[in-house]
Design a protein around this ligand. Structure first.
Ligand code: SAM
Length: 442
């Protein structure tokens, strides 16, 4: 084999996959850094993005394929070889790259990052993969859970949690497929700062049924209204949450965003309230310092505090409207975060459910008579959604659900019989947001 000569686009894709899988990097933060250092052309950057994000999403499936051609468990293979095989198999099975190019280009990366002998091994395994149809017909004999887990590259516990809610394997399959498709970012025009007319004039596409939303077929950090902090990157599901909560506004209320970082909903709420009602007050709270700094970039600094919100004594006043956009497993936003499905476990869920419960208890203590709490997660998991609702209502007899269906100006999308809302990526083209409004009586 000659001197290694990898293409920049594959080398950067490998670096990203390795850093995410081995060093805990976040793809959406690390990739822009790697791309800006690389000086690649736009088309090569797009290739790198598709290859690296796609590999991270689909690596469960790729590991299954690789295991057919190796003589040990995939987890026992050298970590560099694991990630090289994954990017090779992604090109062979998921992208329109000719087999010979997928193999030889991956082998060039392997020579540079892992040396000649490991590169030979990668070469041998990938050649065997190209000789197969990779149609995985054998999976049709497996139970639904195992079959879908391999085909759509999702951990089984996550698929079970979707089935618990959807109760229909065909629907679950559609959701898993949607989670594997990249989505162009949604943006929101902050009232008083920009408008959808301006966003559309600058090349974004308006989203029907929304007052301030547009979809951007481009890089948000290169879009002027975002650079100038007059608009934000925000999935339409989160925009629905904010807009629904705002329909409960009356004059002169005090608002708290209890879990505000990095500030998406806080910014939209803050700018909307500033336009609607100058007598309303707004406070955003975020305990993690660097996330609180992000909130300060989009909300007036004087209106951002940094406390553990599970202790209500940290706050010096009570509120009429409290948003509890709680830390959660994020199982509703898997298409936007390629590695997220591999990062969370059932153990995380247990801790998160306790934290969510404690935040709700604290919100209750901070709520004024006739006040409203919006409890929100970007997860459809039953323990983080319906489970929390039942638990909260059982513990607080003076609280009841304010059905979203009774609010004339609220979005109708995803509203369930009990008045809560559950969005689904495959049905609503949004993150799988859950929302319930709790009203305090008297
Ligand atoms: C789902 S995120 C909020 C997203 C945010 N509302 C937005 O739209 O950009 C949950 C936030 O809760 C914060 N958090 C974690 N523990 C908390 C606590 N004990 N009190 C308040 N916030 C907490 C996390 O740091 C995280 O920033």
């Amino acid at each position: 084999m000659g001197k290694p000569n990898p293409s920049q686009s594959r080398l950067v894709a490998y670096e990203l996959v390795y850093q995410v899988n081995r060093d805990g990097a976040y793809a959406n933060i690390r990739l822009p850094e790697l791309l800006s250092k690389s000086k690649m052309e736009k088309a090569d950057k797009a290739f790198t993005t598709e290859l690296s994000y796609g590999t991270l999403r689909m690596q469960g499936r790729h590991d299954y394929i690789a295991t057919k051609y190796i003589d040990r468990k995939f987890s026992e293979v050298d970590p560099k070889i694991q990630d090289l095989l994954r990017i090779g198999i992604h090109q062979i099975t998921q992208m329109r790259v000719a087999d010979h190019a997928a193999v030889s280009e991956t082998v060039e990366v392997a020579k540079l990052v892992a040396g000649e002998s490991k590169a030979s091994y990668v070469n041998a395994v990938l050649r065997k993969v190209t000789a197969s149809s990779n149609d995985l017909v054998e999976l049709s004999n497996l139970p639904n859970l195992e079959r879908l887990s391999i085909s759509y590259s999702h951990p089984e516990w996550i698929i079970s949690s979707f089935y618990d809610q959807l109760k229909d394997w065909a629907e679950v399959e559609k959701l898993l497929a949607a989670n594997n498709l990249p989505a162009a970012p949604d943006i929101v025009a902050w009232p008083g700062k920009s408008s959808t007319t301006e966003l559309v004039q600058l090349g974004a596409t308006q989203i029907p049924g929304f007052s301030n939303a547009a979809n951007l077929d481009g890089i948000p950090s290169e879009f002027d209204p975002i650079i100038q902090r007059r608009a934000g990157v925000q999935d339409r599901g989160s925009q629905i949450v904010v807009e629904n909560f705002l329909t409960t506004a009356t004059i002169g209320q005090s608002w708290l965003d209890m879990c505000a970082g990095p500030g998406g909903k806080a910014a939209y709420l803050f700018h909307s309230l500033s336009q609607k009602d100058t007598t309303a007050t707004f406070l955003a709270n975020e305990p993690i310092p660097h996330r609180a700094e992000l909130v300060k970039r989009v909300v007036n600094n004087q209106q951002v505090v940094s406390f553990d919100a599970t202790d209500p004594d940290n706050f010096s006043s009570t509120f009429d409207r409290i948003l509890v956009d709680a830390p959660c497993t994020g199982l509703g936003a898997l298409r936007r975060r390629p590695e997220a499905r591999w990062r969370k476990s059932i153990n995380d869920l247990k801790e998160l459910v306790t934290l969510q419960r404690n935040l709700l208890t604290s919100a209750y203590k901070l709520l004024n008579p006739n006040g409203i709490i919006a409890y929100v997660t970007c997860s459809p998991h039953i323990a983080e959604t319906k489970g929390q609702v039942l638990d909260f209502l059982a513990r607080h007899k003076d609280m009841s659900i304010l059905p979203l269906s009774t609010l004339a100006d609220a979005h109708k999308q995803g509203v369930l019989k009990d008045g809560t809302m559950q969005l689904w990526t495959h049905q609503d083209q949004s993150d799988g947001m859950f929302m319930v409004l709790f009203k305090k009586v008297g």
